[in-house]
Design a protein around this ligand. Structure first.
Ligand code: PEP
Ligand code: MG
Length: 311
């Protein structure tokens, strides 16, 4: 049997165009890492930590109670490693926990979650992390161990920040956990209008990157619930108000040497890609199935920009 010899070992995407704007990929679950890496993406723009926790069927607090702090940290380290190994040395941006309480409520231990009328406006993301530094410390400990193990391609991203104060508090907790913010790449999601308006202060607080969470930025800018089908036709990531916020953030970040990126669903849409490349975004992160098209769209826009500049 010479079956092996006929195995197609060419990369799935042999014609990946060279672009100045990086094209990354969103990885929903660690198990998807291999397929994601095959796209030839320049890294992972978003790896959501909550999937590693939600998949245990327990809230973070419950998991720690059942199995202990060490096991909880190990669970996170294992999930991140699966992706970081696959992509090394390409960067992998890992977002700290960001699940709304209604999602946690389905899990073991969920009965202890607060009842909220508007979970999307409530106790989630960096708000919860800053409120429970004891639980957040386990996530940061996972990062510390990963860095110690040599995963210098891992980056830290904080969700749902509103302003420099959120950023400084998160950075201080990172330092408390034994991570040197000067040595590591870390940053924030820009997904509230406040964070877009406060970008200058956040840049001064030392972030290396700002990544647009357009799913939330659109929901909060337009006051359109992203999960409400009655207003789904009003959920428009390309609304001029959303684009104005994004454009201003990119401009300010360029002045402060802060990288910009997008990791919301809109990064997979050609119209958004055209807008972002024209504005000078540093990288675009797309869904696995969209990476290839985004790579080519970025190339087209960059070539046109180049031609226009010499005409
Ligand atoms: C976003 O808000 O665009 C985002 C990527 O985060 P999530 O979808 O997890 O809220
Ligand atoms: Mg979000």
């Amino acid at each position: 049997d010479d079956g092996d010899r006929h195995e197609d070992i060419r990369p799935q995407n042999p014609v990946k165009p060279m672009t100045a704007t990086e094209v990354k990929v969103n990885v929903s679950i660690p198990e998807a890492a291999h397929r994601a890496a095959q796209t030839g993406a320049d890294g992972v723009g978003l790896l959501r930590m909550e999937h590693m926790i939600l998949s245990t069927g327990q809230t973070p607090e419950q998991y720690v109670e059942n199995h202990g702090e060490d096991a909880y940290v190990d669970e996170i380290v294992r999930g991140v490693r699966e992706v970081a190994d696959e992509f090394y040395p390409r960067p992998v941006r890992v977002r700290t926990l960001d699940a709304p309480t209604d999602e946690f409520r389905q899990l073991e231990g969920g009965e202890n979650e607060p009842h909220e009328h508007n979970p999307m406006l409530g106790y989630r993301g960096i708000r919860r992390s800053l409120d429970r530094p004891d639980v957040f410390a386990h996530e940061l400990e996972a990062f510390r161990r990963l860095f110690e193990m040599g995963y210098d391609n891992v980056e830290v991203m904080f969700p749902l920040v509103n302003d420099a104060e959120d950023v400084i508090r998160a950075r201080n907790l990172m330092e408390d956990a034994g991570i040197d913010p000067e040595k590591r790449t870390w940053g924030v999601m820009v997904e509230t209008p406040a964070s877009a308006l406060a970008i200058e202060g956040m840049a001064e607080a030392g972030i290396d990157f700002a990544s647009f969470g357009t799913n939330d930025l659109t929901q909060y800018t337009l006051a359109v619930d992203r999960n409400n089908e009655n207003v789904a036709d009003r959920f428009d990531e390309l609304h001029p108000a959303v684009l104005e916020l994004i454009g201003k953030v990119i401009q300010t970040c360029r002045e402060h040497d802060v990288n910009t990126s997008i990791c919301g669903q809109a990064g997979s849409k050609p119209e958004m890609v055209r807008f972002l490349v024209n504005e000078g975004i540093s990288s675009i992160s797309a869904n696995i199935d969209a990476v290839r098209d985004v790579q080519h769209e970025v190339k087209r826009v960059e070539q046109k920009l180049l031609l226009d500049s010499v005409r």
